[in-house]
Design a binder for this molecule. Structure first.
Ligand SMILES: *[C@@H]1O[C@H](CO)[C@@H](O)[C@H](O)[C@H]1NC(C)=O
Ligand SMILES: *[C@@H]1O[C@H](CO)[C@@H](O)[C@H](O)[C@H]1NC(C)=O
Ligand SMILES: *[C@@H]1O[C@H](CO)[C@@H](O)[C@H](O)[C@H]1NC(C)=O
Ligand SMILES: *[C@@H]1O[C@H](CO)[C@@H](O)[C@H](O)[C@H]1NC(C)=O
Ligand SMILES: *[C@@H]1O[C@H](CO)[C@@H](O)[C@H](O)[C@H]1NC(C)=O
Length: 875
């Protein structure tokens, strides 16, 4: 309960009503405004308007001057109010008056109730703010704690202040009296504590909400290497550490976090320390962490400090569009977060309509006029102006000022104050509509009002302004909505801010940050989007490799291993190519592997084809010669038909080598091994049959030998047929159970895919080959054993030789086959086929052709004894 209200005070302000002159013709919006003020000493000036319910507004117009005062040790009361910036700040008072007048003239909002106000300037001093609170509690002019020296309106709530420290000192005091307080600028997260500050509300978001926006901006521009310059104010210290943590948690890195003291120290150390950090730094993005005044004053006091060319991101830093005496040029092209601008209908017109002629009693306006137009207005003391002045002509107009000097369009703080007034009016309206004492009229309402009542209605307030839906969140604040502004320093060193984007924490994740990149004008040293990275990004083909002891943003780039690629910049890991692809030279693309197989175009295969064809041709010729001379003894010796068969098998084996060329497909894979197996079994078994024929021929020469009848085609054919049939059976089983199929091999040779035939079943393959080897070994063995058999044409010896050659070719084939890769494996196989076939041809048939063609005298029927086998063969 407010103790003051129980002590009706003597009317100490009899003059109030007389001071309230009804002024001014209607402003463009049609609202008559009273811009008169109470008299008082220079810094106690304020505005007052009587009403049924009163708002106590502590509105800081001079926060910059607080810093000046601290640094120059001047007393607050000595500070001259009026500067170039004054006209900009002045509206923070005017907007309260404007909003109250608007509400009073609104029939729907607070009908039959008039709203009044006390407005004072805190000068950004806690002590000033508290003094004004006591003054307002005491009814206005005098400060008598716990006494109410006025019988006027009932104090309903407080508005204020801008800065967090003054708002905090206000809150601790106001809380005792249970008044609702709405700050229009305090962003300190401390205020989210609803137990400590149950009566505190604010029309700005919590300061830490900016951190999320900063991180998103950094990510948007791809900056991962930033520096932070923070003020030494306690809240900024905590905030900047928190920001640093949040940046690092999102995978970006902070190169340095330096603290600058807002107190101007004459020690050189401070400047040197900061300068040396900044000079060594490589980050091209510097975040100025708030406490506008501290950082600003640091910069102001160290005018000649060398700042690097960088993109500054300013949090909470306000510059006003006038000369600051320091190098604002560094901030050309910087980005800032500003609370979202809002519309105040009619207020722009009202601001442009201001003039001292219209409000002749308002001294502040006269001073502001003198400063803005560099003239001397009637009523101001020319000695207090820093320049020799001519009297103002009276025709000066705000409309003549450029917009960067007098911006009556972008209302941010002004809008915050405006919504604060409206929120209180709406809460009051809601409270009055529910009040039981309503029946007794306004007097009853005033009597029944308890300060603590309003809080409940303020929490639940909800209304629409010209630009948004207004409500308080559960912590008494507002959702984080910011404008992203781009500062431009004009050649005359004035600063303008362009809105280039928005951040809205209530939007879906992907739409929180909207930035129009093309609208941003960067610092004049940067010709394009500045980069701020610890290391150059890794090119495609490389991946990041973390370095021990360094922040994660500072990495080395290592090339992807063979067979893996990275196609984008800055990847964490390389991707393996699909199986039939391989990395290119630059490791940034997967290219199809080189398909490796023995193609027909290959010179090697061309040579092999030639050899195969030549050998086939020779065999055909030999066959022709044999058929032509079929009745000569040498052809008839040792079974003529077996020779034909062997020759035919050789032709087939030479031709089957052609099957091994070309890309493998299902048919060729199956044909290859099977035809090779059967044809060679046929050849080898023919040779075996021939050897046996030789033995039998020899045995048959012995008298009484019964074997004669066994000599003959039937036996030979049956042998060849049986051997081949066994092989064919093996092959058929193989084909049925697990046939060979085309396959590829990607690991033997880098970058190639070897097309080959997979045997399907390795045991089957070895059985086929082993069977063939067994037959070959058998023929060799038998021929070796009978090599001494007397034979006119040395058949047994020739067979021994040929089998020796045959076996050695295939034995040496094994290591050659194992040590070659890709198409050469196939080539070796073809070579072995051709070589072994050629060996047989050369050993068995060439000597006979020699005799037939060159030494026909040896091919005569002179020694029938020896060629007895032929006689039987003829049967
Ligand atoms: C306002 O006052 C008038 C006259 O006293 C009364 O008729 C009217 O109902 C009041 N309006 C409200 C909303 O209380
Ligand atoms: C930034 O500084 C201003 C003025 O000093 C203050 O009101 C605001 O709360 C600060 N913001 C943050 C995030 O600390
Ligand atoms: C200043 O005041 C004088 C006398 O009071 C008056 O004559 C003059 O017109 C005023 N000038 C302006 C610009 O109002
Ligand atoms: C972005 O800015 C450019 C330059 O100011 C402007 O032409 C363009 O319309 C803007 N785009 C959007 C989507 O606002
Ligand atoms: C600021 O930068 C803009 C372009 O980015 C340039 O045109 C302008 O001249 C710069 N201002 C100063 C004072 O150099």
């Amino acid at each position: 309960m407010d103790p003051a209200s129980s002590h009706p005070a003597p009317a100490l302000l009899p003059l109030i009503s007389t001071v309230l002159l009804l002024l001014a013709p209607a402003v463009p919006a049609g609202i008559p405004l009273n811009l008169n003020w109470q008299l008082g000493s220079a810094y106690e000036e304020g505005y007052y308007k009587e009403g049924d319910f009163l708002l106590g507004a502590i509105i800081d117009l001079h926060h910059l001057w607080k810093a000046l005062a601290i640094n120059t040790k001047a007393k607050p009361c000595r500070i001259r109010y009026y500067t170039d910036e004054y006209l900009q700040h002045f509206r923070h008072h005017l907007v309260v008056i404007y909003a109250v007048e608007e509400i009073n003239s609104n029939e729907k909002l607070l009908p039959n109730v008039t709203l009044g106000y006390h407005i004072y300037d805190s000068l950004a001093y806690e002590s000033q703010a508290q003094k004004h609170i006591f003054r307002i509690l005491s009814g206005g002019r005098n400060m008598i704690p716990n006494y109410l020296c006025s019988s006027g309106g009932v104090l309903a709530a407080f508005i204020g202040d801008k800065s967090s420290p003054t708002s905090l000192s206000m809150a601790t005091l106001i809380r005792i009296y249970h008044y609702t307080q709405i700050s229009y600028g305090a962003m300190d997260p401390i205020f989210t504590d609803r137990l400590r500050f149950p009566f505190f509300y604010r029309t700005v978001p919590d300061g830490y909400a900016q951190h999320g926006a900063i991180v998103q901006i950094l990510q948007h521009f791809g900056w991962n290497w930033v520096g932070i310059l923070a003020s030494d104010a306690e809240s900024d210290q905590m905030g900047s550490w928190e920001l640093k943590g949040q940046i690092m948690r999102s995978g970006l890195c902070v190169e340095y976090l330096v603290t600058v003291s807002g107190k101007f120290s004459r020690k050189e150390g401070e400047q040197k320390r900061v300068e040396s950090v900044l000079r060594r730094a490589t980050a091209k993005v510097i975040i100025l962490y708030n406490s506008s005044d501290n950082v600003k004053w640091f910069l102001l006091m160290n005018k000649r400090m060398e700042l690097p060319d960088a993109v500054w991101i300013n949090l909470g830093l306000d510059f006003y569009p006038t000369d600051h005496g320091f190098e604002v040029i560094f901030f050309n092209g910087s980005l800032g977060l500003s609370i979202k601008r809002g519309n105040i209908p009619g207020f722009t017109d009202f601001l442009y309509s201001l003039s001292p002629q219209k409000y002749p009693d308002n001294m502040r306006l006269k001073w502001a006029w003198s400063w803005t137009f560099r003239c001397h207005y009637n009523g101001t003391n020319p000695e207090e102006l820093p320049w020799e002045t001519l009297p103002c002509s009276g025709s000066e107009s705000l409309l003549d000022l450029p917009q960067n000097k007098y911006d009556a369009y972008n209302f941010r703080t002004t809008y915050s104050i405006y919504t604060a007034v409206y929120a209180l009016a709406q809460a009051l309206h809601a409270m009055i509509s529910e009040a039981p004492s309503k029946a007794k009229g306004t007097v009853g309402l005033k009597k029944g009002f308890q300060s603590w009542q309003l809080r409940h209605y303020a929490q639940n307030v909800g209304f629409a302004t010209a630009s948004e839906e207004f409500f308080f969140d559960e912590y008494g604040g507002r959702p984080a909505r910011y404008d992203i502004v781009n500062w431009a320093v004009l050649p005359d060193l004035s600063v303008t801010q362009e809105t280039v984007g928005h951040f809205d924490s209530t939007a879906p994740e992907s739409q929180r940050l909207l930035i129009n990149d093309s609208a941003i004008r960067w610092h004049h040293r940067f010709t394009q989007l500045p980069q701020s990275l610890c290391t150059e990004p890794c090119e495609p083909g490389y991946r990041k490799s973390p370095q021990e002891g360094k922040p994660p943003c500072c990495y080395a780039c290592v090339q992807c291993p063979e067979g893996e690629i990275s196609s984008t910049m800055d990847t964490d890991s390389c991707l393996a190519c699909p199986e039939d692809h391989w990395s290119n030279q630059g490791r940034d693309q997967c290219i199809p592997r080189i398909r490796d197989f023995l193609s027909y175009e290959d010179p090697l295969s061309a040579a092999l084809v030639c050899v195969a064809l030549v050998l086939t041709l020779i065999t055909v010729l030999v066959l022709g010669v044999f058929i032509l001379y079929r009745d000569t003894p040498i052809v008839r010796a040792n079974n003529r038909n077996l020779s034909y068969m062997l020759l035919l098998f050789l032709i087939m084996s030479f031709l089957c080598s052609l099957l091994f060329m070309g890309p493998p497909d299902n048919l060729t894979c199956q044909l290859r091994q099977v035809s090779f197996g059967i044809v060679f079994t046929g050849s080898v078994s023919s040779v075996l049959a021939k050897t046996i024929t030789v033995i039998l021929a020899f045995k048959a020469t012995k008298p009484g030998g019964k074997l004669r009848k066994w000599l003959g085609n039937r036996m030979s054919f049956s042998l060849v047929l049986i051997c081949s049939l066994v092989q064919a059976l093996l092959c058929t089983t193989w084909l049925i159970r697990s046939p060979p199929f085309p396959d590829y091999d990607t690991w033997s040779v880098k970058g190639q895919i070897i097309l080959q035939c997979n045997e399907g079943s390795v045991p089957a393959f070895y059985m086929v080959v082993g069977y063939m080897g067994f037959l070959a070994a058998l023929s060799f063995l038998v021929a070796f054993l009978v090599r001494k058999v007397p034979d006119r044409y040395n058949e047994a010896q020739l067979i021994t030789f040929s089998m020796l050659g045959f076996c050695s070719v295939w034995v040496s084939f094994i290591p050659a086959h194992l040590s070659t890769k890709g198409k050469y494996t196939v080539a070796v196989e073809i070579f072995a086929i051709l070589a072994s076939g050629a060996g047989l041809l050369a050993c068995i048939f060439v000597p006979k052709c020699y005799i037939i063609l060159i030494r026909p005298e040896l091919n005569a029927r002179e020694k029938p004894m020896i060629i007895r086998g032929d006689i039987s063969a003829e049967r």
